[in-house]
Design a protein around this ligand. Sequence first.
Ligand SMILES: Cc1cc2nc3c(=O)[nH]c(=O)nc-3n(C[C@H](O)[C@H](O)[C@H](O)COP(=O)(O)OP(=O)(O)OC[C@H]3O[C@@H](n4cnc5c(N)ncnc54)[C@H](O)[C@@H]3O)c2cc1C
Length: 586
Amino acid sequence: MKTLPAVDAVIVGGGWAGLLMAKELGARTSLSVVVLERGPSRQSSDYATDMDELDYAIRLRMMQDLSSETVTLRHDGSRSAVPLRQHGAFLPGAGVGGSGEHWNAQVPRFLPDCFELLSKTTARYGANALPEGHAVRDWGITYAELEPYYTRVDKLLGTSGQAGNIRGQLIDGGNIFEGWRSEPYPTPPTKVPYFAALFRDAAKSLGYHPYPAPSANISRAYTNPDGISRGGCTYCGFCGRFGCMVGAKAQPTNLLLPIIQKRKNVSLRTGARVRRILFEPAPKFAARGVSYVDARGQEVFQPASVVFLASWTFNNTRLLLLSGIGEPYDPATGRGTVGSNLTHQVTLPAATAFFDQPLNRFMGSGSAGFLFSDYDRDDLDRSSLGFLRGGYFGARGYGFQPIGAFGVLPNSVKATWGSDWKKAAVFFYDRTATIGFAGEHLAYKTNLMDLDPVYKDTLGDPLLRLTLDWRDNERRMAEFVTPIAVQVARAMGAREINAFPGLRSYDATRYNSTHVQGGTIMGDSPAHAVVSPYLQHWQLPNLFILGGSTFPQNASANPTPTILAFVYRTADAIIDRYLKHPGPLA
Ligand SMILES: Cc1cc2nc3c(=O)[nH]c(=O)nc-3n(C[C@H](O)[C@H](O)[C@H](O)COP(=O)(O)OP(=O)(O)OC[C@H]3O[C@@H](n4cnc5c(N)ncnc54)[C@H](O)[C@@H]3O)c2cc1C
């Protein structure tokens, strides 16, 4: 193995988390920083002419290559897992910018009580309220501690929206159930697609509190505190699964890369597939650097004083397991921490509504739309409903393209082929829209990640194995929310509605979201957590883990603002304190 000259910091993964840390360290210190990214190089100008649905949205050109590395899945520990050979429930990215290039840019914050879920739920409903076998944890941090970093994230992204709670003062038209914000959104809400406007009016007429979806596809020109300027969204409809053609969508390549590229102390190596974190064993316990296979297939050791894992949920967890760092979680004994608390946001097409009139749904962005969070707040007593926690409803104009969106028909259309089917498919193509629901996923002792004993990647390393299934809490939540979405669709004037048929087993073929969390969770004690709330490894203080792998359970909200808020907080702690006194951060 070739050994390279040592650097101060090595960052594994060049997505939102890795590049934000690289930008902070690179711009605010003189540390030498190397980012290792397994995928190809990318820049925002690559997308200027690339609106090809087949290439990006169907063949998924920006996603991880599953022929080289994938995960295996089983529903419970008594079965063998099988490799996922096609993308389905989640779409991990590869390449500079990671999934942040082809994300939708929906940017809600987590509710304050999410961070203290165990103690708040127990205090409110009693110790026996949480489902049997749950693994719900407090995060070891409060919303109030994180709020200033959320505000920095909004300013970084230029988030468009209408605040609903500024320092406790509720504002009509915003999300009055959200946690308090110290400042309004940096830019006003985006335009409202027609279908979302119908949803807004219907939800209001039923007594709900709709608000414009917070969006990092920005509504108008904005210059962020780093001096990066972007124009407003053109609602072209090619957004999630695509890079932004006009640069209105916040992406690592348009917000972070331009700053990193100007810094001589930061370098970015693509085609670098990290295999192991090398470390000094006890009593010294310190990371020494990482080994990777470079683009030419050569094995390389990159020594570093500080190691950051920012390779998303699956690889953050897998790299710890492959490297033998920490004790793997064992559901039979409850011992160990690495791999525990696997969760996946519960998203449902709760009601698919069919209209008489065209909806112009080819226009839109990945996040333009309206939401309501009346069933997402923590003061709603669910003790009689048979499930805990909740989520939010939404209607968005994503911009629907002809291949993916064609052929969704009302249940009353019985034809499955031929001219009747074609006639109905053409008629409903622009007359169909979905009211979605995004809900929380509690952590359970039996949902976890470990190394697969059978299947390996192309380098011969064991694949990550997911053991994951829905439980009654999620199924009952789906049963509860579906009629609400149907009621709203009816009030919107839909001529027919297909209701979500219900959650059964975890379905690896239906896209759920790429909001998979856990595996290296944070907490206030090494007894149940891999990292501290500063994302610092409890045993190896020069190892930091960034990203959703550190979340003890899944909130209803999309995770990226929370991921970035934690990166800012950790960067501050490292720059202000750790560099002066390396060691555990208190
Ligand atoms: C289609 C889609 C839509 C989404 N929409 C939203 C949304 O609207 N709102 C929201 O909040 N979130 C959304 N997400 C999720 C969001 O993209 C992620 O939360 C975010 O990108 C996570 O950032 P990250 O840096 O932690 O991980 P990633 O963006 O996944 O970056 C990790 C990087 O690490 C690299 N890597 C992995 N393993 C290795 C290795 N062994 N060696 C070297 N490099 C490695 C990967 O190639 C990747 O580039 C969406 C995701 C997808 C796919």
